[in-house]
Design a protein around this ligand. Structure first.
Ligand code: OXD
Ligand code: MN
Length: 589
């Protein structure tokens, strides 16, 4: 082993001395390795074969019923100074955190195999990509990491060239919620995760590396690591604009990333290209624009709600070579979840399906699939330079107040829109569902440092020579008085994206309001959509009294970040608040 890999070899030896595995397996990422691991897991029952006629290469994994989602209350950012982790994270002193979790790792791999997974987040040749090594005792983690990252020999070669990497240590342990921690040490570029086999807690390349440590690395190095999908919108003239969009977990990022244009748009030649559905790394290019890569190579998508009407591209992607986690199965052994046709016979826990036990598939059941299986996958996802971003979109589940779409006046206002983002909670994390919480840039569970410093970092991109994307805020989830959604969503969201692109190209006038620019009458193309005019008016209506209360609440929220909150952001909030107090024309006049 050459000298640069000695650091890695020494670390692996040291972990082996603590965890005491029976065997060490260095993962090469080959097909043969993948198939051997699948066979082994079929034998142990970690995987269950699904109907190979209808779903070739598809398998089901059932996790422990207490281990089905991310566990934010057990997730820690362990910076030397508590202040650096910020009020947005749980903090533990690094020495205490190491001691606590190392005690759990002691001897935990006895009699088992320890897998060493070298991986690269992002295209293997991209200067923006970053490498890591995950050590785990879970073969399920290995096969998922193979789909979700560029894993194996090529990543190892890059690590050897660069000589540095993020260190991730994981063990499923006893799957005891009392002995479960996800610890991040950003200053040491180290992750330690014990006691959970669930994706976000165990596939360390994803949330732990690409977002929590990634955001920390990004701030140091002058780029952004964000919880965003990346989608390309090609117009009938063949020009493609790339849009990066942040929504909290389980708010439809995967659906938007794989959107199917409404029929009229398809006929006219509009196309949609998928680059990523969850994470986006962006940095300024030489021309001043922001260029983005998707650090992931696969989708770890929420299964329930994925259907022929909501996301046919996802459904096609997962018709073969997919690992399903915690879905139900039908009588002929096909994967099943709420929203699909057919009938479940066995629920996600392997019990005969009984509606009295709740949904057949766990609400946070997932599929893991290679991005290349998506019919709209774009080869630009492999572009080492990334794709230029024309628009950044923020959004959340807001049943009222927030209009369908609004555009920020400038970058600072856009950062305020992102910081003020709020959403109803979903099943992607444990805890109550349907409660409104602020989730700045959809990064509340993922920002690896103080939110005040993070906002400052965002603001810092606005400098001479920068050609920054326009920033928008959308709300697909506004409800009418009858409690029903006002906007049909899904493919129809392209109409809103078209308006944004028209704004980017200077082809739509919009109507300025104190909270942002909304579409002028006739600018949102509604042909072929049965949407009454007053529903549209309601969707973009701005309620000044409601917004005054909202701005007040945003101010209080910003104040919770204390001294580290950039004054510019608080001034921006005051500017908007004051503008709301001035008399103005009706937004949708
Ligand atoms: C995810 C999440 O799994 O955000 O992507 O929870
Ligand atoms: Mn996510």
């Amino acid at each position: 082993m050459t000298s640069k890999l000695e650091v890695l070899a020494r670390w692996v030896d040291q972990i082996a001395a603590t965890t005491r595995p029976a065997k060490i397996h260095w993962c090469d990422g080959s097909d043969a390795e993948y198939h051997a691991l699948v066979q082994q897991m079929l034998h142990t029952g970690d995987l269950i074969e699904l109907n190979q006629q209808t779903h070739p290469g598809c398998y089901l994994h059932r996790s422990h019923p207490s281990d089905v989602a991310r566990v934010e209350h057990l997730t820690f950012v362990c910076t030397e100074h508590e202040e650096d982790a910020g009020p947005n994270n749980h903090w533990m002193a690094p020495a205490d955190a190491h001691a606590k979790i190392d005690a759990l790792f002691e001897g935990c791999m006895e009699g088992r195999t320890m897998y060493v997974i070298p991986y690269c987040m992002g295209p293997i040749d991209s200067p923006l990509s970053r490498c890591g090594v995950e050590i785990t005792d879970s073969p399920y983690v290995v096969v998922n990491m193979r789909t979700m990252t560029r894993m194996g020999a090529a990543a190892l070669a890059r690590i050897e060239r660069e000589g540095h990497f993020v260190k991730g240590l994981h063990s499923t342990g006893e799957l005891d919620p009392e002995r479960r921690f996800i610890m991040h040490f950003p200053e040491e570029l180290t992750i330690k995760s014990y006691g959970s086999g669930y994706g976000g807690n165990a596939l360390l390349g994803k949330k732990c590396h690409a977002l929590r440590l990634g955001s920390f690395q990004a701030r140091r190095e002058g780029w952004l690591a964000e919880h965003m999908l990346i989608v390309g919108i090609e117009n009938p003239q063949g020009q493609t604009h790339y849009v990066a969009a942040a929504f909290p977990s389980a708010c439809g990022k995967t659906n938007l990333a794989m959107l199917i244009p409404p029929e009229g748009y398809r006929k006219n030649g509009w196309r949609v290209w998928t680059i990523g559905d969850d994470i986006c790394w962006m940095r300024p290019g030489e021309d001043g624009r922001l260029y983005a890569i998707n650090p992931e190579a696969g989708f770890f998508g929420v299964a329930p709600g994925t259907s022929a009407s909501s996301n046919p591209n996802a459904l096609t992607s997962i018709s073969h070579d997919t690992i399903f986690t915690n879905v139900a199965v039908t009588a002929d052994n096909q994967p099943w979840w709420e929203g699909l046709p057919g009938t479940p016979v066995t629920d996600w826990q392997g019990r005969p399906y009984d509606p009295a036990n709740g949904p057949a598939a766990h609400p946070n059941s997932r599929f893991t699939v290679s991005a290349k299986q998506c019919p709209t996958w774009s080869s630009k996802a492999e572009d080492a330079q990334g794709v230029p971003i024309s628009a950044i979109v923020f959004g959340g589940r807001r049943p009222s107040l927030l209009p369908l779409v609004m555009e920020a006046q400038d970058w600072t206002h856009g950062v305020l829109m992102g910081a003020a983002m709020g959403s109803e909670t979903t099943a992607a994390a444990t805890g109550a569902v349907g409660v409104l919480r602020r989730d700045s840039m959809a990064m509340k569970p993922f920002c690896g440092y103080h939110y005040g410093d993070y906002f400052k970092h965002w603001l810092s991109f606005d400098k001479p020579g920068a050609k920054l994307p326009k920033i928008f805020h959308v709300n697909w989830f506004r409800k009418g008085r009858d409690g029903k959604f006002l906007w049909p969503g899904f493919g129809e969201n392209l109409r809103v994206l078209e308006w944004m692109i028209a704004r980017v190209e200077g082809k739509a006038r919009g109507v300025e309001t104190p909270i942002g620019t909304v579409p002028a009458t006739g600018e949102l193309k509604l042909e072929g959509l049965d949407l009454p005019r007053d529903t549209l008016a309601e969707l973009i209506n701005i309620d000044p009294a409601g917004w005054q209360t909202e701005l007040q609440a945003i101010g209080e929220y910003l104040d919770s970040f204390g001294d580290r909150l950039p004054a510019r952001l608080r001034q921006e909030q005051q500017r908007v608040h004051q503008a709301l107090q001035m008399p103005r024309k009706a937004a949708n006049a």
